[in-house]
Design a protein around this ligand. Structure first.
Ligand SMILES: Nc1ncnc2c1ncn2[C@@H]1O[C@H](COP(=O)(O)OP(=O)(O)O)[C@@H](O)[C@H]1O
Ligand SMILES: O=P(O)(O)OC[C@H](O)CO
Length: 502
């Protein structure tokens, strides 16, 4: 009898690398996870060691196969999903990175962005790349490396250096330096890619002074890019057949294949993506236009809103205020009070992301009275996650003119029933939690499996999306509006509390 085969997803996140084995029913068979170092050389700067990323990711791959008890020839394909925007430059002859990876959270190029804004580039960037002019994206990070690492620019111009987001770096390592490729979703986060023409944009490259020869070739999200040898020379050669940035992979894993479907991932931050079909919808409400996936010769676009402080707000309650011992405790405390009693917490600790893009806003707690207690503050923190997501969805619906019928959710914080019920109430929309919340890894597995015929087509995946629970809105419209108005007022206050001239 032929042995069963599996798909392995490599999920390279901001704080850990993971590998997950899925079977043909899209069930999780085994997983392995390794954390790696976060490097903070200066306030606002964030780096990773690319070699540690690779070491942790390849160790997870070996470990997960051992845990699952499967031989490498039973792996039908590998899919890669990754933290996006994080920028790596390496020497193509030696395979050595020339600098640490500059992480998506790193703000070191804010001044580069200010300069580009003064030069009037903002509109062109938005029109060509779909992005806001911000240090979040790879373009200015790559420019910084070429400007600041000795000899980098000359080497890049001589064709000795390669650039990649984390997917490209892993693929290059997995194929022993043979394949230098990225996919549409990762390319669409670089601020160098034209999302309409589906090619590197010469004008943006000139603006950033980036030599084109260091960029990877851009391919679809589901095809065989190359093969990796597990078990060294002479070992089994496994196709690497799927790539997508982690938020796009989650959208795919949640099976939001049709226009108008949306998912929200509640991790450290929150990332809300809505599929807008084959049409790239420009945002006039502070969102990003990005590529959802490229498959079978077609590209689907998405509107995206990202919130910097999601579950991280809960970590702040735990680590800085000491109000809770464990993130899960928040549900117990929040439900000890009937409502927030007018207390709002605005977690603008690092400014505000979409749809406000205000780097100068600061965190506030407002509405405190003599009777306010820690339950109200904990509840306000959870509610802030839901309100920020509502801000995104309101912007999305205004941009795309689509009324959402259901929001699919995933990420660590969706274990919290209170949060999801409150989210459904404030959106007046059903919130659906799937049985398997590993949507990101599942999305990468689907993409790889589709490429090698492990799953024949999108329809064949439908049976694998199982609901765990659907949170139905309470229908109290007056309360919904009143509470949200309070949030909006509190938010305006947080934007006035610090100013660059201060
Ligand atoms: N039960 C819970 N209630 C609220 N927040 C939670 C809960 N469990 C985890 N979190 C939050 O979710 C985040 C972890 O989610 P995860 O998806 O692992 O994040 P990431 O992938 O960004 O590292 C943490 O910020 C944590 O505070
Ligand atoms: O690694 P995560 O899950 O925090 O996701 C990071 C995002 O891709 C950044 O855009």
């Amino acid at each position: 009898m032929a042995k069963a085969t599996y798909i392995v997803a490599l999920d390279q996140g901001t704080t850990s690398s993971r590998a997950i084995v899925f079977n043909q029913q899209a069930e999780l068979v085994a997983s392995a996870q390794r954390e790696f170092s976060q490097i903070y050389p200066q306030p606002g700067w964030v780096e990773h060691d690319p070699m540690e990323i690779w070491a942790s990711q390849s160790a997870c791959l070996t470990e997960v196969l051992a845990k699952a008890g499967i031989a490498s020839e039973q792996v039908a394909a590998i899919g890669i999903t990754n933290q996006r925007e994080t920028t790596i430059v390496w020497n193509k002859h030696t395979g050595q990175p020339i600098y640490n990876a500059i992480v998506w959270q790193c703000r070191r190029t804010t001044e580069y962005c200010e300069r580009l804004r003064e030069q009037g580039w903002q509109d062109y960037i938005k029109q060509a790349s779909g992005l806001q002019l911000d240090a979040y994206f790879s373009g200015t990070k790559l420019q910084w490396i070429l400007d600041n690492v000795e000899g980098a620019r000359q080497k890049a111009e001589a064709g000795d250096l390669l650039f990649g987001t984390v997917d490209s770096w892993l693929l290059w390592k997995l194929t022993n330096g043979r394949v230098h490729v990225t996919d549409y979703t990762n390319a669409s986060r670089t601020m160098m890619f034209n999302i309409h023409r589906l090619e590197w944009d010469d004008k943006l490259l000139a603006m950033l002074n980036i030599p084109k020869q260091m960029l990877p070739e851009v391919r679809s999200c589901s095809e065989v890019y190359g093969k990796t040898n597990i078990g060294g020379r002479g070992g089994t050669r496994i196709p690497i057949a799927g790539i997508a940035g982690d938020q796009q992979a989650a959208l795919f894993g949640q099976q939001c294949f049709a226009s108008g479907m949306a998912k929200n991932t509640y991790g450290t931050g929150c990332f809300l993506l809505m599929n807008t079909g084959e049409q790239a919808v420009p945002s006039t409400h502070g969102l990003l236009t990005t590529i959802a996936f490229g498959l079978h010769g077609k590209v689907h676009y998405a509107l995206e809103g990202s919130v910097f402080m999601g579950g991280a707000t809960i970590q702040w309650l735990r680590d800085e205020l000491g109000l809770i011992r464990d993130a899960a405790d928040t549900e117990y405390f929040a439900t000890k009070v009937d409502d927030c009693a007018g207390v709002y917490l605005i977690p603008a600790f690092v400014g505000l992301g979409a749809p406000y893009w205000d780097p100068y806003a600061r965190g506030t707690i407002v509405g405190l009275s003599r009777g306010s207690n820690r339950n109200h503050i904990i509840r306000a923190a959870l509610e802030s996650i839901a309100y920020q997501s509502r801000d995104l969805l309101e912007a999305m619906q205004a941009d795309a003119n689509i009324a959402l019928s259901q929001l699919r959710v995933d990420g660590g914080a969706v274990a919290n029933d209170f949060l999801l019920q409150f989210q459904a109430d404030t959106l007046a929309t059903e919130v659906l939690r799937p049985a398997l919340i590993e949507s990101t890894a599942l999305g990468a597995a689907y993409l790889a499996g589709l490429a090698v015929g492990y799953w024949p087509d999108l329809d064949s995946l439908a049976a694998h999306h199982q609901a765990d629970r659907c949170f139905v809105p309470d229908g109290d419209e007056a309360k919904r509006q009143r509470l949200y108005q309070g949030w909006k007022q509190a938010l305006e206050g947080s934007r006035r509390c610090y100013h660059p001239q201060d």
